[in-house]
Design a protein around this ligand. Structure first.
Ligand code: F6R
Length: 606
């Protein structure tokens, strides 16, 4: 989603801003722009489409200036266009914004009445005019405080001023904002990833704070204008791999990295000498956790759903799940002895963050399962369990899903053991079984030609269904989500047993249907449901075990075979061919796999 970068330096900044905007491309966007201050003038240049287009446009002019802001926009208010792209400027001020200003219509009306002229359809432009208005009669800090007070909604802002050509103002409410310290220059960024190529010394604005950044000094303030001291964090300098390497797409690379994700999690959390799951400094006593609530969005929500099945299977504590965007606005009954767990790859998803914030305000115990450990969700939860899968750049989550499932599974096993819900021998066996999982995952990533013929058929389909029971139901939902978002094919994930209650009416001759049926306790029931869709003309792709000999296979269109593992662990295998199916179907259709239309990697608006 939208991304912000700001640099104040003693040398020209436009090429570093462009470089950082390229780092932010993974978030998903439709237009980009830069503004710098040079010789008492704000120079603004914006383009529809990729940062490459902006770069080309900039190369035709000499965009100098030692203070500047840049932005990649994901449209919310107003169509993707050059005029709606950020920055938004008048002759005095230029603003970049992530988030949504909910009262922009009312503010705009009153500003127009005062004679302000608007150029774009965006909500952001009101900030330019509002701040200009307050600056007429207030010094900078007061003008900022008054402007921020007038805004409803969420924002991360970067602002530069013609008359104060050595500063950048940053402000945050809801949307994350990082500040970086460099040699004779300082930075503002919507995430630390954008700043990493320039510095590893960063800090973050808390909600309601703003900052004034000069090249050699940064000051932070709370919403009332009181100075705030900040701790500077040193980011790890571990070389993270942000390149595609030999792969055509990040998604292909990330699918292939999944054996490593499992290995990293196992190495990180399992003490092999004592055959024990180590949750390093888990802050609560087992008696104080009587229930669990797992909360996330999209793919992360699917890992929560699998978590529900595991917790029910392996513990006797109550477990509940929620979609963050629903949870945050419901009348929740908060329970002191519940552990609220927030699952998120990016750690910046606005709804998940808001759900966490709500729990914190109600003094609940909060734990996050995240990939980006410097993220807002990680920073603001009481306890963090990282998934250790490295940067995930493809918009469609793959290896993070496996990592999330792995950490949820380990947490579930540990709680089960601590609560005496599992025998020590079974606990030991389940931990031992994880030793082989990485290898099994590797064997379940198929060659291109094994999936390609299947995806050729899917690429011609108008719609499709994904069916499963038990642990395979969330996998069916996830398979359908992947096909929708990458190949733009309507796909429904359904509990196989629910088909008769309505969706069976959708089945028609030749419709491709994926049935996820590993040999677990649900196998026979799912196979019966499969026969019902075959009888109505569906072309079934069955994902099941290699040694599956019980099935009359003539009426099954295709079969994908996986290894036999302990029944809890099938989700780690069955999801892999579904990721590949979506990938190759999208490839066949010629779509932009790493950046599907309308989507963003980091969903920082609700
Ligand atoms: C789908 C996908 C999304 C994310 C969702 C939550 O492939 O990636 O559904 O899972 O937007 O994002 P995070 O995990 O960053 O909170």
């Amino acid at each position: 989603m939208c991304g912000i970068i700001g640099i104040t330096s003693s040398k020209p900044v436009s090429s570093s801003i462009l470089h950082s905007l390229k780092k932010l491309e993974y978030r998903g966007y439709d237009s980009a722009g830069i503004a710098t201050i040079d010789n008492g003038i704000i120079n603004e240049i914006k383009s529809l489409g990729r940062v490459d287009v902006l770069e080309k446009n900039i190369s035709q002019i000499n965009l100098s200036g030692e203070v500047g802001i840049g932005h990649v926009r994901w449209a919310t208010h107003g169509i993707p266009s050059t005029i709606n792209a950020h920055p938004h400027s008048n002759e005095n001020i230029s603003v970049v914004h992530n988030g949504i200003i909910e009262n922009s219509v009312i503010l705009k009306k009153s500003l127009i009445n005062k004679g302000h002229k608007f150029k774009s359809e965006t909500d952001t432009e009101v900030i330019v005019h509002l701040l200009s208005e307050y600056l007429k009669s207030n010094e900078l800090n007061n003008a900022i405080i008054k402007t921020l007070n007038d805004l409803d909604g969420s924002f991360a802002l970067g602002i530069i001023f013609k008359d104060m050509p050595n500063i950048i103002v940053g402000a945050r409410r809801g949307s994350p904002l990082a500040v970086g310290y460099g040699p004779n220059e300082n930075y503002l960024g919507s995430d630390s990833y954008a700043l990493k190529s320039m510095t590893n010394k960063i800090t973050y604005l808390n909600d309601g704070e703003f900052c004034i950044i000069k090249k050699d000094e940064i000051n932070f303030y709370d919403y009332m204008g009181n100075k705030v001291n900040k701790k500077i964090l040193q980011l790890s300098t571990n070389e993270q791999n942000y390149e595609k390497g030999e792969y055509k797409h990040f998604m292909a690379k990330e699918i292939n990295e999944q054996p490593l994700t499992i290995k990293n999690c196992v190495n990180e959390y399992i003490d092999k000498i004592n055959n024990e799951i180590n949750l390093h400094n888990f802050p609560w006593k087992k008696e104080n956790i009587k229930s669990i609530k797992l909360i996330g969005c999209g793919t992360a929500f699917h890992s929560c759903l699998i978590g529900k099945y595991w917790f029910e299977e392996l513990t006797n504590i109550d477990v509940d799940i929620d979609i963050a965007s629903e949870f945050r606005y419901r009348k929740n009954r908060f329970k002191e002895d519940c552990l609220y767990i927030f699952v998120s790859q990016s750690g910046e998803t606005a709804d998940t963050y808001a759900a966490l914030d709500l729990c914190k305000k109600n003094k609940m115990k909060t734990c996050s399962i995240v990939n980006v450990v410097e993220s807002s969700i990680a920073r603001d939860s009481d306890f963090v369990l990282p998934i250790h899968c490295g940067p995930e750049i493809g918009v469609a989550s793959t290896k993070a899903f496996l990592g999330q499932m792995m950490v949820i599974y380990l947490l579930c096993l540990k709680i089960s053991y601590l609560k005496n819900n599992i025998k020590k021998s079974d606990y030991n066996k389940k931990i031992k079984n994880l030793d082989l999982l990485s290898e099994k995952v590797k064997k379940t990533i198929f060659d291109e030609n094994q999936i390609q013929t299947i995806s050729n058929t899917f690429s011609k389909a108008k719609g499709s269904m994904f069916l499963g029971r038990g642990f395979s139901f969330p996998i069916a939902l996830e398979g359908a989500l992947k096909l929708k978002e990458l190949a733009y094919i309507h796909a429904e994930g359904y509990p196989a047993g629910e088909m008769k209650h309505g969706p069976l009416a959708l089945i028609e001759d030749g419709m491709p249907v994926v049935v996820v049926a590993p040999k677990d306790q649900y196998y026979k029931k799912t196979i019966s449901n499969m026969q019902e869709v075959i009888a109505r003309g569906a072309k079934v792709l069955l994902v099941t075990n290699k040694d599956d000999d019980q099935i009359v296979s003539e009426n099954i269109w295709k079969k994908i075979e996986i290894d036999t593992v302990e029944k809890d662990l099938y989700p780690f295998l069955t999801t892999l061919p579904l990721q590949q199916l979506a990938y190759y179907t999208a490839l066949k259709k010629g779509f932009d796999i790493d950046k599907p239309r309308n989507l963003a990697k980091s969903v920082t608006v609700e």
